[in-house]
Design a protein around this ligand. Sequence first.
Ligand SMILES: Nc1ncnc2c1ncn2[C@@H]1O[C@H](COP(=O)(O)OP(=O)(O)O)[C@@H](O)[C@H]1O
Ligand SMILES: [Mg+2]
Length: 413
Amino acid sequence: MSAVKKRVWPKVENIFEQQLTKSTVFLNKDIISAHYIPEKLPFREKQIGEVTQGLGAVANNAKPNNFFIYGKTGTGKTSTVKHVLEQLDDFVSKRNLPVSSCYVNSRSHPSKYKVLLKALRSFYPEKDFLGYSASFVYEKLLSFANENAAHLILVLDEIDKIKDVDELMYSLSRGNDELTSGSITIIGISNNLTFKEKLDPRTKSSLCEREMVFDPYNATELQKILQERCDKAFKEDSVTPGAISLAAALAAQESGDARTAVMLMQRAGEIADMDETMIVDDVKVEKAKASVEEEIILSMISTLPQQQQLVLYAISQLSLSTHGFTKVNGEVEKGVMFSGEIFEAYLQLAKKFDVRTITSRWFRQYINELEMYGLILVTSSGKGVKGQTRLIKLGFDAGKIKSALEKELMKAF
Ligand SMILES: Nc1ncnc2c1ncn2[C@@H]1O[C@H](COP(=O)(O)OP(=O)(O)O)[C@@H](O)[C@H]1O
Ligand SMILES: [Mg+2]
């Protein structure tokens, strides 16, 4: 009897297996993601010390002062505060102190009610309090502090996103006065440098009992920060020193933003994996630049207040449709417009979307902020053209900005 020959199939690996075993420059890709909070935060020792000192009052059973922290994005505010909170939680649980903290990203909880609900749920994890009234949620939070004689620390990150922040701060400071034991402390964080000026004077003095500014990092600092992150995130010898110094220089030039720096290295690593060269050099960083820039600008647009989005929408519309600005010598500069035209276009848009309109004073303020974020460039026309007026130009591709805004505004209306 002849043996039945077993058929041997040619071995084709599963495409996911192939993907898994593909060579990569990363050792631990998470470490170079912008969401990752490193254990060590170089150049933030002083800020960590100040927040720690402020919150240290709880060790003596006293209410810490409220704290307002601000500075441009990517300056390490969120990382610093989260780091201190982790240490605080560890400290109070070991010593059995009645202290509870809660981190709230106000972008996801943008109203007084939502913030209080989020805090309450974190202190009573087994209940969800869905559908409870605002006053119930507020009272319940106060009674949690009172009954447990607990010091509650609420971190409100991106606090400028809370619509009724004045009311929230007012309720909480009134609540503190009512408490016979325990307390509620607010740590507010904002990327917006002018937010403080927009607050009601009472809110301002309550929130800013202590305050601290985070300055942008310079190129040398960013280089050191990146070096530490890259040493752990990438395989040995897969990143050239030139790549790190270029990423640091680019991010320092733009804004001193560590997030941009980290994203540049992450993207450069992905590019190296894609072309299987196994080396992240300055050429890869250069390639990463355009896509990181675009991602950052689009995410910044999504976080602007709605009125400011309308102003920017007016600018992008005009910049696609107008002929430009004719200089004294007859040359036409494309994409340049007068601030007055923009205000007119904004008013039309506001009418179309049926939202209340901002005054021209607020409009100027929004223009200043858009300039600060690098989304627009503002110059003076010089004397002669309609007196002296401001000329405005988009700092980025008008078509892309316009379509990103259309998506955002579509969600809102
Ligand atoms: N001093 C630092 N050392 C290491 N990484 C940092 C440092 N500062 C910021 N980062 C990193 O930069 C990114 C942005 O930091 P983040 O704290 O979110 O900034 P912000 O809240 O000010 O916008 C994160 O990936 C963070 O880990
Ligand atoms: Mg932050």
